[in-house]
Unconditional design. Structure first.
Length: 94
């Protein structure tokens, strides 16, 4: 908490052990993708793919997000609520 405002929320849970970062996609992300400097998982859900930048190349996350509309909706809700990033540091963080 900083000046009465929540600035970070950490939740611990066991996922698949895949490190990832999900953020709101911005103009710089689009430029880097267009120039070929970065590649990104695409889920096939155009509104989600245009709104969320997925920093991960693991096929397990790609599969999960592609088939789970509820997960995509929850991610959009969290990012729309003002949180800046959803991350997993992988199996080495407990």
């Amino acid at each position: 908490m900083h000046k009465g405002k929540v600035t970070r929320l950490d939740l611990g849970m066991r996922l698949s052990g895949v490190p990832f970062s999900l953020t709101r996609e911005g103009p710089i992300d689009r430029i880097f993708k267009a120039l070929g400097f970065s590649e990104e998982i695409q889920t096939g859900d155009s509104p989600f793919d245009g709104a969320v930048y997925i920093a991960c190349d693991h096929p397990a996350l790609a599969s999960l997000l592609s088939r789970d509309a509820a997960a995509r909706g929850a991610i959009l809700a969290v990012l729309s609520a003002g949180f800046e990033k959803i991350t997993s540091r992988g199996p080495w963080s407990r």
